[in-house]
Design a protein. Structure first.
Length: 370
């Protein structure tokens, strides 16, 4: 189906009148005081922005030099074609790092097309089924005493959040003693927030299978909603063993990329809650596919997201247009971290309203160029 016919079927054909061809003319990595994002340029004068996960570090800049020759001159409307070309063209470096770069390009393409048509990205993805996204207050520090962490979680709940998440275990510790007792942390937080709010914990691959099952049974006594990455995330069989032994939800997938990884995760029975990240897994295009896979398997899907910027905006549009994303979504509560949006995306009483402007509906702080 030709582009005009396809968009006409979406009811967008009137918006195409007078639209110049959108050939990609450049791709740049912008360094915003250490925070890297991509800006994609077209000959129609429309630009878009995308965010690769900061986990990639300086590789996010390196990949631009590899990606640009593959996409220059291509039609920005051909998002799927571009995604496939990058996936194949970067096969020598295939893995999480390449996927992060592809994610940023995919997000930027959606931003460009949405701006060109004058519609939000959520419309491109099928239309919003919700315009307010429930967020959960996510804490990433492992350095707080249980009573101090409990006070923060309680304050978030009192401020309107209906769910919160904390860290337990030592990151990739394989049963190494954490800096604070897991049981004390969980007990203090549950006591402080009360019985009603959803309460989640993230072990970041911290346990062996036997220890994870022991910890999981303790968590069940405190009505913990999900137990994230209980064992090394690369071991789907081990995660499945933990999942089979416990009644609470097992969550995972933030480190994985593309539908091909998630097919293995789902087939293994490793998780109940899929957490593909739009800045890691392949962008909003790929996360929509992964969400459909989760839905078909009877699983939940709540994206991992540590961004306060472009990645958060892309995540909101994906979640808003995806019915299976019915659970709360992540919002990092820790101070610090680079903010580059002219108008920050922040929860009000635990919810963020979906941006409704064209594309991602955000503006970058003018200090970082146009």
């Amino acid at each position: 189906m030709k582009r005009r016919a396809f968009l006409g079927a979406l009811g967008l054909s009137p918006l195409l009148k007078g639209l110049p061809p959108l050939k990609i003319t450049d791709l740049k990595a912008v360094n915003a005081d250490g925070y890297i994002f991509y800006r994609l340029y077209t000959n129609g004068g429309v630009t878009g922005v995308g965010e690769p996960s900061p986990s990639n570090g300086p590789l996010n800049v390196t990949f631009v030099g590899m990606i640009k020759p593959l996409i220059l001159g291509m039609d920005a409307f051909h998002i799927e074609e571009i995604w496939q070309k990058l996936y194949i063209g970067l096969y020598k470096t295939r893995g999480q790092s390449a996927s992060m770069a592809i994610s940023a390009v995919d997000i930027a393409l959606h931003d460009v097309v949405g701006k060109a048509l004058g519609v939000p990205v959520s419309t491109l993805l099928g239309g919003a089924v919700r315009d307010r996204i429930r967020m959960y207050a996510s804490y990433t520090s492992r350095d707080r005493a249980p009573v101090d962490q409990a006070k923060l979680c309680a304050a978030a709940i009192q401020g309107g959040f209906t769910a919160t998440k904390i860290k337990i275990a030592a990151r990739h510790g394989f049963d190494a003693d954490p800096k604070y007792p897991d049981h004390d942390m969980v007990r203090e937080v549950r006591s402080a927030i009360g019985p009603k709010p959803e309460f989640m914990v993230d072990a970041n691959s911290g346990y062996s299978v036997p220890r994870a099952i022991q910890i999981g049974r303790m968590l069940e006594k405190y009505d913990v909603f999900w137990f994230e990455e209980p064992v090394p995330f690369t071991d789907y069989a081990a995660t499945a063993r933990v999942n089979a032994a416990l009644d609470l939800f097992i969550a995972g997938g933030e480190q994985d990329h593309t539908r091909y990884d998630f097919q293995k995760i789902i087939e293994a029975g490793a998780v109940d809650m899929v957490q593909a990240d739009v800045t890691k897994a392949g962008g909003v295009s790929e996360c929509k596919k992964i969400a459909a896979m989760a839905d078909a398997a009877g699983l939940g899907y709540t994206p991992h997201d540590t961004s306060h910027n472009i990645g958060l905006a892309a995540c909101l549009h994906m979640v808003a247009s995806t019915p299976v994303c019915r659970y709360s979504q992540e919002f990092i509560m820790e101070p610090g971290g680079k903010r580059i949006l002219k108008t920050p995306l922040v929860p009000e009483k635990g919810f963020i309203t979906l941006p409704t402007g064209p594309g991602l509906g955000i503006e970058i702080d003018p200090r970082y160029g146009e």
